[in-house]
Design a protein around this ligand. Structure first.
Ligand code: SER
Length: 325
C-alpha cells in the first residue's frame, strides 16, 4: 500500500495528547496543507495552527464532520477524539456519546464518501479483570469494567464490521498508556506516568494516584506515532487483523518509574495515595503479547524505560529552564 493513496487527511482530537503530535508528524510526512486538524473546544497550540489548516467540529454531530470532509475533499481519517478512562467513569453517558456515536458518525461519513482508510485507536482498556494479565494474548477475554473499555471493545467490533460489511479499510491498535512531553493527557488512568515527570522537574515531589507496585504497559510518543503511521501504510493483503492489534513497548511499576527518574534527579520523592483509578489500573493487563502486530506489519518499538525517561527529562528540563513549563 503506497502512502500516496492517502492524499487528504483529517485528524480528529487534534488538540489532544496524541493528536497534537501526530498531526505535526503527518504534516511533515504528507505535506502541511494535506493534513487538516480538527478539535472540539480546546484552543489549538500555535504549532497546530501555523503549520496547516485547523477547524472545529463536534464528532457527535455528523453534519459538522461532513462539512470539513467536503471542504477539504478528505480521503483518510485518523479518529482520535475520545473521552478517556478516568473521565469516562465520572461521566459514563458522555463517554458513550462521544466514543460510540462519534465513532459511528466518523465511520458512516467515511463509508458514504468512500474513503481510502480510517485509523481508530483502541486501548488496553478493552481488557478486563478476567483477561490474563501477563503477556496478554491477541485473542482473549474482552470484558472490561469501565465505560471507556466498553466503548473500546464495541468500537473495535464496529470497525471490524465496517471492514467486513462495507469494505471500509479501518485500522487500529490497542494502545498502552502513552507518555509524552508536549500535551498532557486528558483524564486517563495512566496519566500518572506523565504527571510524574512534570512534578519531578518542577517540585522534585509527586503524589502518585496508584500504588507503587502497579504495573501497566506503556509507550513513548515517538513509538505511538510510528505505530499509527506504519499500520496505516501497511499492505492490506498482509493484515489478518484490522482494528484490534495488541501493541507493546515497555511495562513497569510506578515505583520502578520513580526509581528511574531518581537516577537523573536523586532528590526526587514519590508518595503513593491510590484513588478510584487504582481499581481501573488493577483491571488492566501488566504486559502485552504483540506478536500479531510484529508479524503482520513489522511493528517494533524503539523506546524502553531508560531511553524514554532520559528523553522526557531532557525535553521537559529544557522547557523548564526556558520558563515554558
Ligand atoms: N491511557 C488511557 C487511559 O488511561 C488508556 O487507553 O484512559
Amino acid at each position: 500500500m503506497a502512502k500516496s493513496d492517502m492524499t487528504k487527511i483529517l485528524v480528529t482530537g487534534a488538540c489532544g495528547q496524541i493528536g497534537s503530535e501526530l498531526t505535526l508528524a503527518l504534516r511533515r510526512r504528507y505535506g502541511n496543507e494535506n493534513v487538516i486538524a480538527v478539535g472540539h473546544r480546546t484552543k489549538p497550540s500555535e504549532a497546530l495552527c501555523t503549520t496547516g489548516p485547523f477547524e472545529y467540529i463536534d464528532v457527535t454531530r455528523r453534519e459538522t464532520i461532513e462539512e470539513v470532509v467536503r471542504k477539504y475533499k478528505i480521503d483518510t481519517i485518523y479518529h482520535l477524539a475520545a473521552i478517556l478512562s478516568a473521565v469516562g467513569e465520572k461521566k459514563p453517558q458522555l463517554a458513550w456519546e462521544v466514543n460510540m456515536n462519534g465513532l459511528y458518525n466518523v465511520l458512516e461519513v467515511a463509508r458514504e464518501y468512500e474513503m481510502v482508510r480510517v485509523f481508530c485507536p483502541s486501548s488496553i482498556a478493552a481488557f478486563g479483570p478476567e483477561t490474563p494479565r501477563d503477556n496478554t494474548p491477541q485473542e482473549t477475554v474482552l470484558r472490561p469494567t469501565t465505560m471507556y473499555g466498553v466503548t473500546k471493545v464495541a468500537g473495535e467490533l464496529l470497525c471490524n464490521y465496517y471492514f467486513i460489511r462495507f469494505g471500509l479499510d479501518v485500522r487500529g491498535v490497542r494502545y498502552p498508556g502513552i507518555i509524552s512531553s508536549e500535551t498532557l493527557p486528558g483524564g486517563g488512568t495512566t496519566d500518572y506516568a506523565v504527571e510524574i515527570f512534570y512534578e519531578a522537574i518542577k517540585h522534585k515531589r509527586y503524589t502518585c494516584f496508584v500504588r507503587e507496585d502497579t504495573v501497566l504497559p506503556m509507550m513513548y510518543m515517538p513509538d505511538c506515532i510510528k505505530a499509527a503511521i506504519d499500520l496505516m501504510e501497511a499492505d492490506l493483503s498482509r493484515l489478518k487483523h484490522h482494528a484490534d492489534f495488541n501493541l507493546s513497548a515497555m511495562s513497569f511499576s510506578a515505583g520502578e518509574l520513580a526509581a528511574e527518574i531518581r537516577k537523573h534527579i536523586p532528590e526526587f520523592v514519590c508518595e503513593y495515595k491510590p484513588d478510584f483509578r487504582q481499581a481501573i489500573a488493577d483491571s488492566w493487563p501488566r504486559s502485552i503479547d504483540d506478536s500479531a502486530a510484529r508479524q503482520e506489519w513489522g511493528w517494533e518499538p524503539e523506546y524502553d524505560l531508560a531511553a524514554m525517561t532520559a528523553d522526557m527529562l531532557e525535553k521537559l528540563g529544557r522547557r523548564y529552564a526556558e520558563g515554558r513549563l
